[in-house]
Structures are given as structure tokens and as C-alpha cells.
Ligand binder design. Sequence first.
Ligand code: IPD
Ligand code: CA
Length: 276
Amino acid sequence: MTTDGTPDPDQIAVLQSLAVELARGAAELVRTQRAAGVQVWTKSTVTDLVTATDRASERWLVERIVAARPEDAILGEEGAERPGSSGVRWVLDPIDGTVNFVLGLPQYAVSVAAELDGVVVAGAVCNPQTGDLYEAGLGGGAFVERPSEQRTRLTGPRSVPLGQAVVGTGFSYDASRRRRQIAVVAQLLPQIADIRRMGSASLDLCQVAAGRLDAYFEAGLSPWDYAAGALIAAEAGCVITGLRGREVSGALAAAAGADLAPDLLALLERLDADSV
Ligand code: IPD
Ligand code: CA
């Protein structure tokens, strides 16, 4: 922290470059293990999957963080939970989009975020199959690096009215919640252009940042699903928020360009998309 209480840009840069190194390294592990086969178990429901590679990727990330920064705290989807004393906490999704990973659908990612005193200040999301790497540091903008392309700054989606917006979303592993979620989508769909359900919340948020989706919303996410992607979308100039003036949370995470956001958020509020 600087003396005026704002995060120190040099510290953010250090965390951002480690986040990128970690996301790339774990993505390489995931890519190599996928080629060797998939070993899969179920978690909260029969549709909520975890693989040996989710666990190996998280183990690899935790080992690297502990070696490089032993004072930092860690929270990971597959059970990593480590207290720290530095004020930094790493929030990890070792594979976001595990169902796609199992199917071999190349839409999954390793997501790595660093919080400083509870605020996400750096994030990186890497798709092991495409090699696309999205990254951001608080106040420093968002960037993508795709194989054989130059690193480019992300500036968010095009400006379209609600009726022409293509909106990403996602559904819970719990069937009764899915029933309520699809009731919201049933009312939303006639009022927008179309829906996309691609299966990886972190990448969905990066797609909004990259202008490949006009907006995205989902209820019921966990911090590891959205921590890095939300920072990347925010740094690309998007509105990232919950509904009714609340911050992004497990209740609802929404991302849209500044022009579209007021109409989309008002509609999601009318549909009670945050109480499914
Ligand atoms: C899931 C994906 C999916 C979203 C789910 C998440 P996981 O994460 O991000 O797109 O709809 O809500 O749980 O389980 O593959 O890490
Ligand atoms: Ca996951």
C-alpha cells in the first residue's frame, strides 16, 4: 500500500507478473495431462466434476506460490486454504470449465487472481488449448496475448442496444437452481439478440473484455470463478457489478459495456436474476 492507502503500482506489477507465470505454467500442465487422458470423479452433484488434473493443477499452483511467497494466503477451488500474514491472498481455479475439459471442448482455463487486503489487484486467465492469455492489474488496463499475435489492450464490447445484445450466462450444478435460472433466461431471451452458454465463467468475463460477448451474467458463482475475470473485464472498461447496487458476489456477477449496462441490469433486476 502507498501512504494514501491505494495499492502500490510496483507491488501490483509484481503480483501481476507472478499471476501470468502461474496461469501459463498450470495451463501447460493441464494441456499435457489432457493429452494423456482424463480421470474423473463427481463432487456436489453427479454433474459437478473434478479430475485428477484439477487437483494436480491446484497442487502445482500452491507449491509455486508457497515457494515464491510463503507469507501469502491461498484459496483454491479444490480445497487449498492457507492463511497468510502479507495481506496478499491468491484465489485459484485450477480448471474453470471442468466439464468442457472432460469433454475435450477447448473452452476451459486456469484462473489466478491476487487480492491485496481483500481487493483483487491482479489476475490472469489462460486457456491451455488455444494458448490465449488474458491479464490485468488494477489501474493498469487489461490485455490479451494470443499465440503468434502481439499483446493487445482490451477495450470491452461494441455498443449495441439491449435488443441486439448477445449475452453469456451459466447454470448451476444443482438441478432445482437450474430450473429457476432457465425461467429467468426464458424471459430475458425475447428481449435480447441471443444467449451463449460456453461453460467457463472466467473465460466468459474475458470474452466480454475482448468484445466477443456483449455482456455476461451468472448467479451462484464462487470467488475463484470470477476473481481474475472480473478484474480483466473491469480494466477493459466494462461495468462489473451485482444487482441493486451490490458488488459482484456469489448472488450475481454481471459484466457489460457502459452503454448497455443500465438497461441490462434493470431487466435482470426486474427478473430477480439474483434470487434464483
Ligand atoms: C463452472 C464454470 C461454468 C459456470 C459454473 C462454474 P468449474 O466452474 O465456470 O461456466 O457456469 O457456475 O461452477 O466448476 O468448471 O470450475
Ligand atoms: Ca474449477
